[in-house]
Design a protein around this ligand. Structure first.
Ligand code: ADP
Length: 199
């Protein structure tokens, strides 16, 4: 396990298609393992709400269900990780979303003398994803949650660009596929069983 100031740290990537339940499980994991929950989607939405320059740059891509360009995303994530400054581990949600981001994260971890403990992927089918996001769209207020073609585009982006990140971590023996159908508690139980097996 990675060490920083002699304290054992868990640094996780929570992975899976949009709408696979990452946000819900992230909150539970954050509490149980005392982690910083870092969601790039939430970071972007914060910038959007505050109408910052970064938010304005990101909006164009987010509204179409495309990835925000790497230079913007990696810079934002790097600032966030560098600002943590304590001995708590972190849980990344929504990053890395392509291989370039995965390699940048490796470089950053080396620079910070830290490492990723594991990537856990929630496995959910496309039809379940579309149904869940349309349902979430009724209350989330997110424009990218209301239009089926944008949702399907986000899923396609996941297959084309994001899934290879799973294979990348699998090759390092650091990836686990977790069944993402079932109750919130069941899925959380599966995630914890895997994470606890790493200690
Ligand atoms: P989802 O519910 O689709 O998983 P998120 O809330 O994680 O969505 O992200 C919303 C949008 O923010 C994405 O569709 C994308 O435009 C942008 N985004 C989030 N994370 C990244 C990233 N790592 N790289 C590029 N774009 C990102």
């Amino acid at each position: 396990m990675a060490q920083k100031n002699n304290v054992a740290m868990i640094n996780l990537i929570l992975f899976g298609p949009p709408g696979s339940g990452k946000g819900t499980q992230a909150q539970l994991l954050e509490e149980k393992y005392n982690l910083h929950h870092i969601s790039t989607g939430d970071l972007f939405r914060y910038e959007l709400t505050n109408n910052t320059e970064l938010g304005q740059q990101a909006r164009v891509f987010m509204d179409k269900g495309q990835l925000v360009p790497d230079a913007i995303t990696i810079g934002m994530l790097k600032n966030k990780l560098l600002s943590l400054g304590d001995d708590k581990g972190f849980l990344l949600d929504g990053f890395p979303r392509n291989l370039i981001q995965a390699i940048s994260l490796d470089d950053l971890m080396k620079e910070m003398n830290m490492e990723i403990t594991a990537l856990v992927c929630l496995n959910v089918t496309e039809e379940e994803i579309v149904a869940r996001i349309l349902n979430r769209g009724k209350t989330s207020g997110r424009s990218d949650d209301n239009d089926e073609s944008i949702i399907r585009n986000r899923y396609q982006v996941y297959l084309d660009q994001t899934r290879p990140v799973f294979t990348y971590y699998e090759a390092k023996n650091r990836a686990a596929m977790i069944e993402g159908l079932g109750s919130i508690e069941e899925i959380f139980g599966r995630l914890c069983a895997y994470i606890d097996s790493l200690k």
